[in-house]
Design a protein around this ligand. Structure first.
Ligand code: CA2
Length: 148
């Protein structure tokens, strides 16, 4: 089983401090703990990272793509703005499952578009921390991995 990279974008380091009605009460560290437990029960290895900087996300996606290792990506607000992340996924032929804690389609219209969805294998959103767990289950089950 290859390493599965879980990559988190801007402001996700604030989880658990505010807006629990939207994002739940777990911190990002709590989510990491849950994913590490799930991965280890399945004999899988994960990395779990967060950055507020778009370029970090681009670099990590490129590295995962080059290694042929799948990515679970919550790009935060960059989801709705970042052609650079779209290009990184495409350029590196990275296998990406896009996740969101909240149901972005039930929120402001500026959260509806995603630059990632067209180059992702799939999208899971609206289930809080469980969105990540469902994405990990999908990757572990060998979910179709679209090459962009
Ligand atoms: O629902 C998601 O997972 C999002 O990717 C979260 C992003 C948001 O910009 C996306 O539209 C949807 C926001 C990250 C968390 O921001 C916080 C801000 C204040 C307090 C706690 C979290």
């Amino acid at each position: 089983m290859p390493v599965i990279h879980i990559i988190n974008g801007p402001n996700l380091n604030l989880l658990g401090t505010r807006e629990p009605e939207t994002y739940g009460s777990l911190t990002l560290a709590d989510i990491e703990t849950r994913l590490r437990m799930l991965a280890s029960a399945r004999g899988a290895q994960i990395t779990f990272r967060q950055s507020n900087h778009e370029g970090d996300l681009v670099t990590w996606i490129q590295e995962a793509g080059a290694a042929g290792e799948p990515v679970i990506l919550n790009a935060g607000a960059y989801t709705h703005t970042s052609i650079a992340i779209h290009d990184a996924i495409r350029g590196a032929s990275a296998h990406v499952v896009e996740v969101h804690l909240s149901n972005v389609h039930a929120r402001e219209s500026f959260r509806h578009p995603s630059f990632i969805a067209p180059v992702a294998a799939g999208v899971i959103l609206g289930f809080g921390a469980m969105s990540y767990e469902l994405a990990l289950e999908a990757v572990l089950a060998g979910a179709p991995q679209k090459k962009s």
